[in-house]
Design a protein around this ligand. Structure first.
Ligand code: WQD
Length: 339
């Protein structure tokens, strides 16, 4: 297939790019490199021994999208381009609605004009909001997402659902990610957060390599087995392969469909830290601090719909995720280098 991959230089996009190239697809990456590095693409090219066509630009640029898509022959769009920092989204909601929502609308307009009707969208478990009943299924009632980031993703889901209802030529897969962790097993590509990492594993990794002093554990008084927050961590390669499964599904059907991509298992912050100590052979310095505003006690997926419909399931466990993430972190302590 010929695929347009928006945000293909980012953490998730670059791993999906590897899977697409290895499956023999012909891929064009569109990225504005606002939070990613062209080096990620260079490394993917080396890993896969294939060249990738790259367009530098913004998904809000309709003229650019028209030009790219009018070159013709695209079978599908995998849409990752967006902003994803939960804390920043509270301070700058307009940025999040502009890039994530308006950008996705512009992309869908250009697709419709060009007659490209297959779309896989990068959504998040954040759309479920604060829920107490676990695991989360795709039909769990959606609470109010805790941040403009989560709400922006939910809005895009709704836009795409309405679009598909109005134009049944569209086949749209919404993938709700749980907590992606890990890296390609080669250690050549991985997550490269800019500034202070907001997420548990990238932060802990920087403590493990000595770039930061201590890991703050946000609360140990949650109603969970050991008092710390529980999440469904999923290996980035499992997550990436889920996109190819969704794409295959859209080959034979034009529908709007939603799938959770998670492992179905929750791990507490303390479990993650213990496993990381094992993987790194170090003992991470910790301090217990207040709960982080907006955090929920627990969140894990029921992934059985993806298993049934897509014949996809996560095969890698927490140890694999952390070992692969650690390899990337050790080999690339400064990520992809200066941007
Ligand atoms: C995991 C657990 C924290 C950092 C967020 C977004 C979600 C998705 C992934 C997508 C929680 C605890 C964390 C730290 C800690 N975003 N923690 N110390 O909050 O589940 O999900 O990232 O792009 O939409 O909401 O992930 O990794 O931040 O936190 O104790 O320094 O680790 O409280 O229990 P989260 P996370």
């Amino acid at each position: 297939m010929k695929i347009l991959l928006t945000g293909g230089a980012g953490y998730i996009g670059s791993h999906v790019l590897v899977c697409c190239l290895q499956a023999g697809h012909d891929v064009c990456v569109l990225d504005n490199f606002s939070n990613s590095s062209p080096e990620a693409i260079t490394r993917v090219e080396a890993l896969c021994e294939r060249k990738v066509h790259v367009e530098r630009g913004d998904i809000r640029d309709i003229a650019l999208l028209r030009r790219i898509l009018s070159e013709g022959g695209f079978d599908a769009v995998l849409h990752f381009a967006g902003v994803k920092a939960v804390g920043e989204s509270v301070a700058k909601p307009l940025k999040y609605y502009d890039i994530n929502v308006a950008g996705s609308i512009t992309l869908a307009q250009a697709m419709q004009e060009a007659g490209v009707y297959r779309l896989v969208f990068s959504s998040t478990a954040a759309v479920y909001g604060d829920q107490s009943a676990m695991p989360l299924t795709e039909t769990s009632a959606l609470g109010q997402a805790a941040s403009p980031y989560g709400r922006s993703k939910r809005m895009v889901e709704q836009v795409f659902e309405d679009l598909q209802m109005s134009d049944p030529r569209f086949g749209i897969a919404i993938l709700r990610y749980f907590n992606p962790v890990g890296a390609h097993p080669s250690g050549r590509i991985g997550e490269d957060p800019r500034g202070e990492p907001a997420n548990l594993v990238p932060y802990a990794m920087q403590v493990a390599v000595g770039q930061r002093e201590v890991l703050s554990v946000f609360g140990d008084d949650y109603p969970t087995s050991d008092g710390t927050g529980v999440r469904d961590y999923i290996h980035i390669m499992d997550l990436a392969q889920g996109h190819l499964a969704a794409l295959d599904y859209l080959v034979s059907t034009s529908e709007y469909r939603v799938w959770n991509l998670g492992t179905g298992r929750g791990h507490s912050v303390k479990e993650v830290i213990n496993c990381l100590n094992e993987v790194t052979g170090k003992v991470l310095p910790l301090r217990i601090v207040e709960r982080r505003p907006g955090d929920t006690a627990q969140c894990w997926a029921d992934p059985s719909k993806a298993v049934a419909d897509l014949d996809w399931h996560a095969t890698r466990g927490l140890h694999d995720m952390l070992a692969d993430h650690w390899r990337w972190q050790q080999q690339n302590p400064d990520g992809y280098g200066k941007r």
